[in-house]
Design a protein around this ligand. Sequence first.
Ligand code: ACM
Length: 556
Amino acid sequence: MSVHPLDTLVPKPRLLSARSGELTLRSPVGVAAAGDAEAVADLLRAELSRSTALRFESAPPETAQIVLQVERANDEQYRLAVDPRRATLSGSAVGLVHAFYTLRQLLPTANWRSAPLPGVTWTLPACLIEDQPRFGWRGCMLDVARHFVPKQTILRFIDLLAMHHFNRLHLHLSDDQGWRVEIKAFPRLATVASHRKQTGLGFATSAADPHDGTPHGGYYTQEDLREIVAYAGARAILVIPEIDLPGHSRALTAAYPEFGCFPDKKVEVSTYFGVSSDLVNPLPRTVAALKRILEELLAIFPSPWIHLGGDEAPLDPWRNSPEIQAHLASLGLENVQALRSWFTAQLSTFLSERGRRLIGWDEIIHYGGLPPESTVMSWRGEKGGMKAAAAGYDVVMAPVFPTYLDYAQDDGCDEPLSIGQSVLLEDLYAYDPAARWPDSSTFPQVLGVQCQLWSEVILDSAHLEYMAFPRACALAEVGWSADCDDFGAFRVRLAQHLQRLQAYGVNYRPLEGPQPWQRGGTGRKAYQPRFNLKEALAHIDAWAESGEPPAEHLSG
Ligand code: ACM
C-alpha cells in the first residue's frame, strides 16, 4: 500500500493539508527568486540538479514552476503551497531554507541520491503546509576532539541536520585527547596538541588500560572551518565553537606547559578518558593567551554564542599550586571558587566587549562571573537549566538522559560499543523539556534542545551515523513540532522517512535492530557499556548541586 508523501514528513509540520492533483517538474524547470531568495534558489539548483538531472532556469514568477518569495522578517516560519502548476515557497531567507527541505521530503526519495537514476518522475503532491518550529535552538553537538571527525563527514552531517530542520551545530573542538583548530599565534596546537600516540580501548580511564597502539589525530585549518561555517550557513545552520576551559585542557597544556598548573610536569595528549586534573591555570599569561586564541576563533565563527565549556573541572590543581595561590591572594580573593569566577569573568567580558555571548555547561552557574546575556547548557539532568533560568539566563536543554547519543540504542548485546546503556528512540521522542518545568514564567528562557554525540567510543564516521540515526530524527521532531504524535504513529512515519536515509547511504540503525554487520561482535566495537544509565543519573543528580566533580570521578 502506498503512503501519501504528506504522511512521511519528519519532523511533522504544524499545519498541513492535501489538495487534489500533483505537480510534475520537467526540464527546464523555471525558478523565480529575487533578493534574499536567490541564495536559496542556488541551493535548490545545486542539490536537485545533482540528483534529478532536471535543468533549472531563472523564470518570471508568472511562468515559473518553483517560486521563492521572501515575505517575512528573520524568523523560521514558512509556507509551502503546491498546486498542479507551481510550488510556491514563502518565508524569510531562513524560512525558505526550511521550506526547501520540506519540498525535498515531498519529492521522490531518489532526490537524496548523488546522481540521477533513470525512470523517476519528479512529482510533488498538491498541498498546503504552514510551518514554524516550537524552539529556536535545535542543536546537535559533535565531539570532534576525542575522535577526529574528517571535514567531509562534518559537511555530510550538516546535510543530514539540515534535512531534519536542525539549526545549530555545536563543535566540541578541544579536550584532553586533542585540540582540533589551527591557531596561528600558537602553532604547537596544530603540531603537538592535535594528535595522540594511541587510544585506550573502550572507555579506558588510565594509561595502564589496554591501548590500540595506533596514532590518532587531525585538526581543521582556519580555512576548513570557514568552509564548514559557510556550508552550514547556506543551510540555515549556525556553527557554535567550543573550547573547553578550564578543565578538559590536557592537549592544550601538553603543547604549552606554561598554561598548565604545574609547568614542570611533563604531560602528553591524553590517550584515555574521564575527568582529568590537567586544567589550565588562571594566571595573567594564560588569560592573555586564551584571549589571543579567542580572537582567532571569533574571526572564524560569526556565531553570537561562543562555548567555553566549563564542565568537569576539579579545582585541586589550583588549590595545590603555590603560583596560583599567590595570584589568588594578589587579587584579594578568598578561595579557588572565587578565582574560577574571576577567570570566567575575564573571558566572558572579552566576549561581551566584542558583541558575543558566553555559553557553557551548567557547572558555570555555580561560580558566577557570567554576564546576564550568558546561556547555560543543562547537561547534568534538568536541574541546572531550571536554576539558570530562575537566575535569568537563557538555557539549552541537553540532559544526559535522553539527549546523550553515545549511550546504546538498546540493552541488547547486539549493539556496538557505547558508553552505557541505554537511551531508546522512544526515550528521545518522549522528551518534553516543559514536562517537569517548575515555573512557566521562566520557560520562555529555554531556547531549545540539543543532542550530544560524545566520541570517546564513537570510533569512525559509520559508527557516528549509527549512534545518531534515527534517534536524531526523534529529537528533531521534539525541537520542531509543537504537537508530537504518540510514539506508535511517529514510528510508522519514521519507517517511511528511513527510506530517505537509505537512499542517502546513511548507516542508521534499523527500527528492528542492528544489521548483522552493524553489531558489536567481539572485537574493537564489542558491546561493553561502561556506565549503567540509572547509576550515572543518580550520580550526576547529586553532583548537580555543586560545581566540582566528586573525587571518585577522576581518571588517570
Ligand atoms: C559533559 O558531558 N561533560 C558536558
